[in-house]
Design a protein around this ligand. Structure first.
Ligand SMILES: NC(=O)c1ccc[n+]([C@@H]2O[C@H](COP(=O)([O-])OP(=O)(O)OC[C@H]3O[C@@H](n4cnc5c(N)ncnc54)[C@H](OP(=O)(O)O)[C@@H]3O)[C@@H](O)[C@H]2O)c1
Length: 244
């Protein structure tokens, strides 16, 4: 809210993935309260509609809408992109925010490891599908919400080649924190390449680190993380704290 103070975003159309809670919700609310038309792209429609109502409760004229997007399903991503395009509106800002953290090993319906697909591949596919709309709406921007923890990971194998096991590692090889860190590294590599590819057309891409151990719902997959986030809470940023 502080960063956007005095800005009129009433001409802007924004999509935010995973906007029903946490940092995504705060971002959606701030943009909507400054006039932007904001689409909350969420996997759970009842949580998404609740989030829409919370924003409308703050300003009844806010232009907010929930649409279904499950990043763990390539079919859902495609369906979302088609539904959005059928609205025939521009797209000025696409914020790829949704993520899972410390999620146990599981494969999606596409037979890919879930953390990798939700955090990186689903967003990668979404951007590909919306690229023409972004280009037509330029100046436009993509924001990848990544994490500092990308620094503690590697996506090459010992021979220096891309380690394809990250797509679908066996349960035995899987370590949730490593999968998260790797997905966040993919976010940054993708954002950098996207920026190289699209900035000549007036579409920029940036990756951001929102802050460390912000008390959202992200810790929910393991009680140990919930405890750590609770202990750190007095010393860390709130969800509404600006990204700098
Ligand atoms: N919190 C931190 O300390 C921190 C630090 C560094 C980076 N980040 C990054 O900040 C971003 C936001 O995280 P947060 O802290 O706000 O966490 P959060 O409150 O858990 O929000 C994550 C959002 O992603 C959604 N999501 C999960 N799986 C999905 C799927 N398959 N399809 C669509 N949406 C899905 C969740 O929806 P449901 O409610 O339906 O699960 C939720 O709305 C993430 O990219 C995270 O990596 C956070």
């Amino acid at each position: 809210m502080e960063i956007l103070q005095g800005r009129d975003l009433s001409e802007k159309v924004v999509i935010i993935t995973g906007a029903n809670s946490g940092i995504g919700f705060e971002t959606a609310k701030s943009l909507a309260l400054h006039g932007a038309c904001v689409i909350l792209a969420c996997r759970n429609m009842s949580r998404a509609n609740e989030a829409v109502q919370r924003i409308l409760g703050e300003w009844h004229k806010a232009k907010v809408e929930a649409m279904t997007l499950d990043l763990a399903s390539l079919h859902s991503v495609q369906h979302f992109a088609e539904a959005f395009k059928s609205k025939n509106v521009p797209l000025h800002v696409l914020i790829c925010n949704a993520a899972v953290f410390a999620a146990p090993w599981s494969l999606t319906e596409d037979d890919l490891e879930a953390t990798f697909q939700v955090n990186h591949l689903g967003h990668f596919y979404l951007v590909q599908l919306l690229e023409d709309t972004l280009r037509r709406s330029s100046p436009a921007r993509v924001v990848m919400v990544s994490s500092e923890s990308h620094r503690f990971s590697e996506i090459k194998d010992s021979s220096g080649k891309l380690d394809f096991s990250l797509l679908s590692p066996s349960k035995k090889e899987f370590w949730a924190m490593v999968a998260y860190n790797r997905s966040k590294l993919c976010n940054i590599l993708f954002s950098n390449e996207l920026n190289r590819h699209l900035s000549p057309y007036g579409v920029t891409s940036n990756a951001v680190h929102p802050g460390n151990m912000i008390y959202s719902s992200i810790h929910r997959n393991w009680w140990v993380y919930t405890l750590l986030f609770t202990l750190a809470r007095p010393f860390t940023k709130s969800m509404a704290h600006p990204i700098q």
